[in-house]
Structure formats: structure tokens, C-alpha cells
Design a protein around this ligand. Structure first.
Ligand code: ATP
Ligand code: MG
Length: 586
């Protein structure tokens, strides 16, 4: 790679990181020791995520500490303490019980980032039902797909979303018994109920029923970047991973103020936007509004955010707009910045140092893994462009498929292969909903195969190459789009790049790039040639794009990820496939 590493000096950091010595922590690690840092339900009744996240703190000196600091899009705010969160989630769990919702029943939520969504998520977990968040920007079809596949028994939503997106689907959702409306003053029908009224009437005392760590807790659909979204089932035991990654990656300390910008409709927005910070008894900032660079800078400063978790798509937007948050805002409280969801281009890591006063730490995981698996830890040297090193308790390897039942582990550093994890970590998905065969096929020769290609360097850092589906085979080379995209983004004119392989009779596939320019740059043949030359100089002619098209925007899904499969389908006139998660602005 072309970027130098960013060294850290723990003694100069604002707090002593929880993970100081990676090798020693990795070697000494045990999941039972992590379990011992949690409490478990009283009288050995098991392990429940909501007890660990809420009740444990509500019954401690942290009871008056702010658990959720909500910022409404219209300027309203609400601070919910751990004690209040306990009583609110108890009320919600009682409502579910009163409506006959049992262990294992699916509770869906279709709401923006409003306090009720967070209360519903945790109340559902208390009732040992399964929480399934739906991204509020979804249209009726993706909502129907998820609710029918997930066998939703109950839905929490707003009056507007109900009438716009759900009402006309009711006949096709016979198992959906009740809809809880967060903004209805009174019940509208027997099955269309006012949540405020039910909350007032419900008792705030609730005893969490026995919860087996293997009881299903969450149903999360994948982002749909490569095809039809899959439903991943997660169990209560996942709380061990949420807690451990909160400790070692997020580096939570008492009095931290954390902000995860992901919506709970995506796994990041639940594992880290709800659960992990509460497990550590800190304050979790929730912003209802959509991305707005100026507002975000203000939130970081005014809320005194100390740990920030965001995504490359947001960082690229800051970069594109030329905004340098640390210049105009007091970000003195900010200690660590993390990113997930897509590869973080080295350029973005370095931008963080200049514009935020801190480098950005990339970490890798999937809906299926339930929590962070590979990370750049706060105390460690960052290698820009690398995903970092495996979490303690996580064994990662680069493998090659030999046949349907066997893989070979590639020990040599620098060799590309499929990223694999040793099964058995607590937040590993336990099934793909209604698709057990697909689930089984992910596990080969004692490994879980992630579908991502990567390399490992001699020091154990993992480097993302691309999704197996996106790899380009050109003139006998295997080219990962990430490397080419990162190089293009190092050019001052480029805001975003998406790279695909275009079938070519001579060389198999030709590397083709789609580029969105920063403000002030205009597409031209000269600029196209300049970019091709720039990439050739750095990457060599075999890997550099041979064709570049300019686009005002690249197609992204609602999770903000560039959809290369769509760039390719459109280029080749192929069917566009499932577009249920495509961003509206596209
Ligand atoms: P689908 O599985 O439906 O196609 P998806 O894979 O995008 O969608 P997620 O589970 O949200 O759904 O995303 C996980 C994937 O995102 C990873 O497998 C990887 O391809 C990509 N990803 C996440 N974080 C990183 C990262 N830090 N670096 C590189 N890739 C990442
Ligand atoms: Mg995936």
C-alpha cells in the first residue's frame, strides 16, 4: 500500500485504552471471563440482553445517569435515565404480554429514530420476543417482504407510516394481530391501538422471564448490497460480543458520551446504536434527523461526544463538501472515531486526522456476525486501508475453497483468499430465516465463510479486497475494486468511485470505473485521461481502469453502500435485480 501507518502513543491519548497490549489480551482471552463481567438474570434464570443493558444499571448508582440522549429533528430533546428506561421498557413488555405476544414471537418496528423505538426494542427483549427493526425509509414492498417472512405478530409505527405503507397490506399479513401507533391519542380500532394510552395503563413492574442464552432475540435483514436481503437470526448470548467489543474496540469508559449514526434498521444501529453503549452504562446519543453535515458537527461539539461510530458514506460526504469539523467546532471531547459498513479508503483515514483532529478507525463485520470481528483498536498503530486485527476470542483466516466440504487455510501473508471465521463466537447468526440450506452452505471445513475476499499481512492486519461477487478477473489478474477506488479517491477531483469488471473478449474483464466529482470539478475528456493516467502511474496498466464514466451520484442502497452490482447491470443492460433497498435519491 501507499500510505504510511499512523502510530499511537497510549500515554498521550486522552484516556488509557481498555486494550493496551493486543497480543497479551488476545492470548489471555476467554468468553467465560467476559460473561463474568455481566450479571445474568437473578436466581440463575439465564441471560437477557435488556437486563444487562438497562435493569442492571437502573438498580445501581447509575440509575439517574442519562441512558439515551434523544435529539429530535425539530429541536425537541429528551434525556432518558436508566431508571426511566427500566420503567418504560417494563411497561412495553407488559403491553406485549397483555396482547398475548409470547417468547419467540416477532415484534416489528417501523419508526424513525424516536424514543419509542428504543423502548420497544428493549421491552421486546425483556418479553423474550424477537425484535425486528425496519428501516423507516423503506417503501411498502420491502416492508411487506420483511414482515411476512418474519411472521410479524405486532407492529409499532406512526399513524403516517401506517396509512402510507402498511394499511393496504393488512389482508396479506394475516398473522399481524395488532398495530401500536406511537402518536395516536386513543385507540382507532380493536387492532389499531394507541401506544401512549397503553403505556399509561400498563404497570411499570415486570419480571423478565427465564431467558436461555440461546433464545432468539433479534431478526436483522442484511443490507441487500449483493442481492435479496437475508434474514439473520441472533440470540441473547450475542450480548457477550456486544459488551466485549464495546470494551475493546469502542473503548467505552465511564462518563463517555457515544454516538452511533446508524439507524437501528441496520444491524449496526441496534448492536451499537442501542445495546453496546447501554451495556457499559454510558450515555447514548440518538439523533432523529437525517445526515446534515453542519448539524452533525454541532452535535459532536454540543453533546460532547467522546466516541463516534459512523460510516464511510458519511465521511465521504464531509470530504466531498470540503467540511473540516474540527476547524469550526470544539471537538475537544472526542477521543475515538470508528467506521464500518464499507471499506474505508486510506484517504478517509488520513482526512480524519486533518479535519477531525483524529484518525478514523475502520472495523469489519457483517449482519451475520452480530458484532465487530476485525478492528483497528484505539491503542494500536493504524494502517490506513486495513480493517485491523481480529478481536480477542475471534479466530480469522484467509482460506481457499477446495471443494464443497473442504477449505485450505492460506498461511502465507499477502495472498488473497476468502475471509473466514472460526464458528462459535456468541453473536454468530444461528440461521438464515427460512433458508437453512443457505445457512449450512456458509460453513465449510470448520470455518464460516464470509463471502468477502481479503489478505493478511505479516503482522496479522487484514486488508479488504472486495466482495467475492465483485472481484474482477482481468488478463489473468484478480483485481479488487477497493484498491482501484481508493486510488482514484486520492485524486483531488474525485469524491466517490465505484469499480466493476466489464466482460471483454480479449482480457476476460476490463476494469471500468464510475466516478462522482467534488464540487468545482466538471467532467471532461481531459479529466478522464488525467484520471486514467493517475491510476496507471500508481496501479500499473493491468489494474488501472481502462474506461471511466462520470456520474453525479453513484447508486447506493439505503444503508449508504455503493451497489456495484447495479452499476454493472446497467452498464451491460442486465436485469437490475432486487432494488428494494436502493436509495431514493438515485
Ligand atoms: P447483502 O449481504 O444483503 O448483500 P451486505 O453484505 O452489504 O448486504 P451487511 O451485513 O450490512 O450487508 O454488510 C456486511 C458487508 O459489508 C461485509 O460482508 C463487507 O462486504 C462490507 N463491509 C462492512 N464493513 C466493512 C469494512 N470495514 N471494510 C470492508 N467491507 C466492509
Ligand atoms: Mg452480506
Amino acid at each position: 500500500m501507499f500510505w504510511t501507518s499512523i502510530q499511537k502513543h497510549p500515554e498521550s491519548m486522552k484516556k488509557v485504552p481498555n486494550l493496551l497490549d493486543y497480543d497479551a489480551t488476545y492470548a489471555d482471552f476467554s468468553w467465560p471471563a467476559i460473561r463474568a463481567e455481566l450479571q445474568g438474570l437473578p436466581e440463575n434464570r439465564g441471560l437477557n440482553i435488556a437486563h444487562e443493558a438497562v435493569d442492571r444499571h437502573a438498580d445501581s448508582p447509575l440509575r439517574d445517569h442519562v441512558a439515551v440522549q434523544w435529539l429530535g429533528s425539530e429541536g425537541a430533546t429528551r434525556a432518558i435515565t436508566y431508571a426511566e428506561l427500566k420503567s418504560q421498557t417494563n411497561r412495553f413488555a407488559n403491553i406485549l404480554q397483555g396482547l398475548g405476544i409470547d417468547k419467540g414471537d416477532t415484534v416489528c418496528a417501523l419508526a424513525g429514530r424516536i424514543p419509542e423505538l428504543y423502548i420497544a426494542a428493549l421491552g421486546t427483549l425483556k418479553n423474550t420476543s424477537v425484535f425486528c427493526p425496519l428501516f423507516s425509509a423503506f417503501g411498502p414492498e420491502p416492508i411487506f417482504q420483511r414482515m411476512s417472512r418474519g411472521d410479524a405478530k405486532i407492529l409499532l409505527t406512526t399513524e403516517r407510516y401506517y396509512h402510507q405503507k402498511v394499511h393496504h397490506l393488512r389482508d396479506k399479513l394475516p398473522r399481524l394481530g395488532h398495530v401500536l401507533l406511537v402518536d395516536a391519542g386513543d385507540h382507532l380500532a380493536d387492532d389499531l391501538l394507541s401506544l401512549p394510552r397503553l403505556m399509561t395503563e400498563a404497570s411499570d413492574a415486570f419480571v423478565i422471564p427465564p431467558t436461555d442464552p440461546e433464545d432468539v432475540a433479534l431478526l436483522h435483514f442484511t443490507s441487500g448490497t449483493t442481492g435479496m436481503p437475508k434474514g439473520a437470526l441472533h440470540v441473547h448470548n450475542a450480548v457477550l460480543t456486544h459488551y466485549m467489543t464495546g470494551k475493546y474496540v469502542m473503548d467505552f469508559h465511564p462518563d463517555d458520551v457515544f454516538w452511533c449514526t446508524a439507524d437501528p434498521g441496520w444491524v449496526t444501529g441496534t448492536s451499537y446504536g442501542i445495546i453496546a453503549p447501554l451495556l457499559h452504562g454510558i450515555t447514548n446519543v440518538v439523533d432523529e434527523a437525517d445526515f446534515d453535515a453542519v448539524r452533525w458537527c454541532r452535535i459532536l461539539a454540543e453533546q460532547r461526544v467522546s466516541v463516534w461510530y459512523t460510516a464511510p458514506t458519511a465521511i465521504r460526504r464531509f470530504m466531498r463538501m470540503g467540511i473540516e469539523p474540527a476547524r469550526e467546532n470544539d471537538l475537544g471531547h472526542l477521543r475515538v472515531i470508528h467506521s464500518v459498513g464499507e471499506p474505508l479508503n486510506p484517504e478517509a483515514v488520513v482526512w480524519g486526522e486533518k479535519a477531525m483532529g483524529l484518525p478514523i478507525h475502520d472495523n469489519w463485520w457483517q449482519t451475520e456476525t452480530g458484532g465487530i470481528m476485525i478492528a483497528n483498536f484505539p491503542a494500536m498503530e493504524i494502517r490506513p486501508g486495513s480493517m485491523g486485527r481480529p478481536l480477542p476470542g475471534i479466530e480469522a483466516a484467509i482460506v481457499q475453497r477446495v471443494d464443497n466440504d473442504t477449505v485450505e487455510v492460506i498461511e502465507a501473508p499477502g495472498v488473497q483468499g476468502e475471509l473466514a471465521l472460526r464458528p462459535g463466537w456468541p453473536s454468530m447468526f444461528r440461521d438464515y430465516l427460512h433458508d437453512e440450506e443457505r445457512y449450512r452452505k456458509c460453513f465449510v471445513g470448520g470455518w464460516y465463510l464470509t463471502g468477502d475476499l481479503a489478505k493478511r499481512d505479516e503482522d496479522g492486519y487484514f486488508w479488504f479486497v472486495g466482495r467475492a461477487d465483485d472481484i474482477i478477473k482481468t488478463s489473468g489478474h484478480m483485481v479488487g475494486p477497493f484498491e482501484v477506488e481508493s486510488m482514484l479517491m486520492a485524486h483531488p477531483a474525485v469524491a466517490e468511485a465505484g469499480v466493476i469488471g466489464k466482460p471483454d473478449p480479449l482480457i476476460g474483464e476490463m476494469v471500468k470505473a464510475f466516478v462522482a466529482l467534488k464540487p468545482g470539478f466538471v467532467p471532461s475528456d481531459e479529466l478522464r485521461l488525467e484520471l486514467i493516467g493517475f491510476a496507471r502511474k500508481k496501479l500499473g496498466s493491468a489494474v488501472a481502469p481502462k474506461e471511466i464514466d462520470f456520474k453525479s451520484n453513484l447508486p447506493k442502497n439505503k444503508a449508504g453502500k455503493i451497489m456495484r452490482r447495479l452499476l454493472k447491470a446497467r452498464e451491460l443492460g442486465w436485469p437490475e435485480g432486487d432494488l428494494s433497498t436502493l436509495e431514493d435519491s438515485e
